[in-house]
Design a protein. Sequence first.
Length: 103
Amino acid sequence: MSEPFKTTAVEESICARCKAVVWQCWAGGFDVKLDRILLSKFEELQIHLQGGSTFKLVMTMRETTAKLRLLRDLQNGINGPQPLVLSLHECKEETLVNAQLPF
């Protein structure tokens, strides 16, 4: 049985495709892998303008979870302090372990 809005704590993991160290969790019902580099407001805006996704880390006494961040969240908080924001992980071609040779 699926859980439509399942959210779990962020855990360190290894991307199966490119072997990069990522943070993995369930956020709003989706299994996501996040890059571990914090973004500035400008980097976050650039990712959104390119069609990517960002996630805000939400820390409580018991765990750290991730919440999808929309462009309007960035717009509403543009003059406030930057929260801890990470981008959705995308494998980089140069880091792929089993990359095919071009010939």
